[in-house]
Design a protein around this ligand. Structure first.
Ligand code: MRU
Length: 342
């Protein structure tokens, strides 16, 4: 299976998503600093994929022999990687998991910790694919034959390192002969929809049409969408969903037009420590990304701009949350608590 993340000859290689779809260039990361930089620049992105890349980044950090004790080095690198992107919770959970597994085996030297962390990274990478396939099967089962699905941002293999979340649902629905076509929003400012989702769907031979983000109201008002399926970067304990900016207006419009709005995400994206959407830290990126399109100026150079990378969709607007243990339905606080116990 295709994955934008691979471990080759002792280094982490990432398919540089800033260069797609024009070029397929693999970035080679030999230090955790290079991994942190790749995450910040969105060379690797998508909540689950960020977690997997960070796990390999930890393994890289421990390989370069250091004078400080392994636990101290691990703390430093967890801070470096944890500071890259605040919203996607998978990253922070991965770092916690790595810390725990090292703490459970005190006294290991750097090389042994490096080995342990590399095994953990590989395990997480594999798990992501297994979990995605379960999500895809539950999600595809929701669809009726001949549906037209609208999705936002990118949630396929590029975003998870596995089969994809909402993107996996789309692939599985296509394989099951249930999907007529996919509406893909371009996803300003960084165009993950037009650059990445369109690239994935084209490779998979799945029919799609690109639209500007502002077209969602027209598509829904004209009855051209049967279901919305999106991913998530963090789901709060009450079911509120943080996802790529533009998700919330899509959910509002879907409700207005009576179209079901589903969120597909692994349980690792659900954070019981975040009570509601108000508590999710929302990443704000460089305003220059709004003043430009892929580096080309589209506004006066000094135009004031704001660039929230994510928004929050209140749980009342969510028809269901598709996870690897089934489709969660309201009341979400209870459904989520049960799903996390399993
Ligand atoms: O800023 P990005 O490109 O990392 O944002 C990605 C998204 O918003 C995805 O929808 C989300 O991570 C779900 S990934 C399966």
């Amino acid at each position: 299976v295709f994955s934008p993340i691979r471990w080759t000859d002792g280094a982490l290689e990432l398919l540089d998503q800033t260069r797609l779809p024009a070029e397929e260039v693999w970035l080679r990361c030999e230090t955790p600093e290079q991994v942190a930089d790749a995450i910040k620049r969105l060379a690797v992105r998508g909540a689950p994929a960020i977690g997997v890349a960070a796990a390999y980044g930890l393994a890289l950090a421990m390989r370069a022999g250091r004078s400080e004790p392994p636990e101290e080095r691990l703390d430093q690198v967890c801070e470096l990687l944890g500071d890259t992107r605040p919203t996607a919770v998978n990253l922070h959970r991965t770092l916690e998991r790595a810390r725990r597994s090292v703490a459970e085996r005190p006294g290991l030297d750097h090389a042994a910790v490096a080995e342990l962390l590399l095994d953990l990274a590989r395990e997480l990478h594999r798990e992501e694919d297994d979990v995605d396939r379960a999500i895809a099967a539950y999600g595809a089962a929701l669809l009726d034959s001949g549906e037209r699905v609208l999705t936002h941002c990118n949630t396929g293999p590029l975003a998870t390192g596995g089969y994809g979340t909402a993107g996996g649902v789309i692939q599985a629905a296509w394989a099951a002969g249930k999907l007529r076509e996919v509406w893909v929003t371009e996803t300003r400012p960084l165009l993950q929809g037009s650059r990445l989702t369109a690239w994935e769907l084209e490779r998979a031979g799945i029919p799609f049409r690109l639209v500007t983000d502002a077209s969602v109201g027209t598509l829904l008002a004209r009855g051209l969408v049967d279901r919305v399926v999106v991913g998530a970067d963090r789901i709060a304990a009450n079911g509120d969903v943080a996802n790529k900016i533009g998700t919330y207006p899509t959910a509002v419009l879907a409700r207005r037009h009576g179209v079901p709005f589903y969120v597909a995400a692994p349980r690792s994206t659900i954070d019981p420590g975040t009570p509601s959407g108000e508590d999710v830290p929302i990443e704000e990126r460089d305003p220059a990304e709004v003043r430009t399109v892929l580096g080309v100026p589209v506004a006066p150079a000094a135009a004031p701009a704001s660039n929230w990378a994510f928004d929050v969709t209140p749980h009342e607007l969510v028809s269901g949350i598709v996870t690897e243990v089934g489709v969660l339905a309201p009341p979400y606080d209870e459904a989520i608590a049960r799903a996390l116990e399993r």
